[in-house]
Write a protein that binds this ligand. Structure first.
Ligand SMILES: Nc1ncnc2c1ncn2[C@@H]1O[C@H](COP(=O)(O)OP(=O)(O)OP(=O)(O)O)[C@@H](O)[C@H]1O
Ligand SMILES: [Mg+2]
Length: 289
């Protein structure tokens, strides 16, 4: 079960996140990124965060620790922003917290180097969970102390939005051409050989047990939260076994603008390219466009 903490202070909203997550302090003296049950994206986003985040952790991928976070909306009373006030008011009770990585910066494929093995593990994992939200436009990876950390697994497991069609939906291939790590030569075969045997029914049962009952109750077509938990196990188990045969990686799209300042990227990342491409060099490479 995830550790439970209670929010003690709302620090600031993270405006780059579509669901308006907030930086929040808690009674264990930790600082967390809080994802709110009252956000428009709905509670299934939080279910996906827990299942995929905990699965990633169990497979040895780097993801900040997840916690259950109790919120009394009263902590936001002095918050001047009405949108934040309303979000907090709609989110009393249990929410999701993710350990805040201070000083981390967003991953930039033009500034950082990721080896084929690590790229393969991440692309394979994203294929299993059907993550459509790790493109160069929105990498949802952070660089912290020189390592890549995965965040934001809310837009995964599309089949949980339509359970009657889940089996057919989960059988579909995964197009990784738009993946932020597509250009790093991901070694998917090795990743599958290493990680697929670890994704057992037992492991998935443990991972789904971490989802709070409150976010699973009253799902149409299921008479108990445990029945719904079992429904999450099946597609992930099936995909882990064979998805490596159905990952397409055609011409990777990586011409996104570099967002990190070069001096910072080069200092923070030991594996960063020693000579970072300047905007001018990139433009020459792209044919002066
Ligand atoms: N654990 C963390 N430590 C530090 N910063 C974080 C952490 N988690 C998220 N952030 C920052 O907050 C931003 C928004 O987080 P996240 O992508 O999880 O939110 P979201 O609302 O799901 O976003 P999206 O718009 O991508 O759906 C990230 O891009 C990152 O800059
Ligand atoms: Mg995001």
């Amino acid at each position: 079960m995830l550790t439970e903490v209670t929010a003690t202070r709302y620090v600031t909203p993270l405006r780059e996140g579509g669901s308006l997550p907030g930086i929040v302090e808690a009674d264990d003296l930790g600082t967390y990124v809080m994802k709110f049950t009252g956000a428009g994206q709905g509670r299934k986003t939080l279910v996906a965060e827990v299942i995929c985040g905990q699965l990633a952790r169990r497979l040895g991928l780097r993801i900040p620790e997840l916690v259950r976070m109790q919120l009394d909306p009263v902590i936001g009373l002095s918050e001047p922003d009405q949108e934040v006030q309303e979000l907090l008011k709609a989110s009393g009770g249990l929410n999701l917290g993710m350990d805040y990585l201070p000083g981390s910066i967003g991953f930039d494929p033009l500034a950082y180097q990721v080896g084929p093995e690590e790229a393969g593990r991440i692309v394979w994992f994203d294929a299993v969970i059907n993550n459509v939200d790790r493109s160069w436009r929105n990498p949802n990876m952070l660089v912290w102390h020189g390592d890549v950390w995965l965040i934001d697994h809310g837009a995964t497991m599309i089949w949980h939005h339509n359970w009657p069609g889940a089996r057919a939906s989960a059988a579909k291939p995964y197009n990784a051409s738009d993946h932020v790590l597509a250009s790093f030569g991901p070694d998917i075969a090795s990743a599958a050989a290493e990680l697929a045997p670890l994704v057992t029914e037992e492991l998935l049962t443990e991972v789904t047990a971490d989802v709070p009952d409150e976010w699973l109750v009253d799902e149409p077509g299921f008479d108990s939260t445990d029945a719904l938990r079992r429904a999450y196990v099946e597609p992930l188990l099936a995909r882990a076994g064979t998805i490596h045969e159905r990952i397409t990686l055609d011409a990777p799209t990586t011409n996104g603008p570099s967002r990190a300042p070069g001096w910072l990227a080069d200092r923070l990342t030991p594996g960063a390219r020693t000579t970072r491409r300047t905007a001018n060099e990139q433009s020459v490479k792209d044919g002066g466009q």
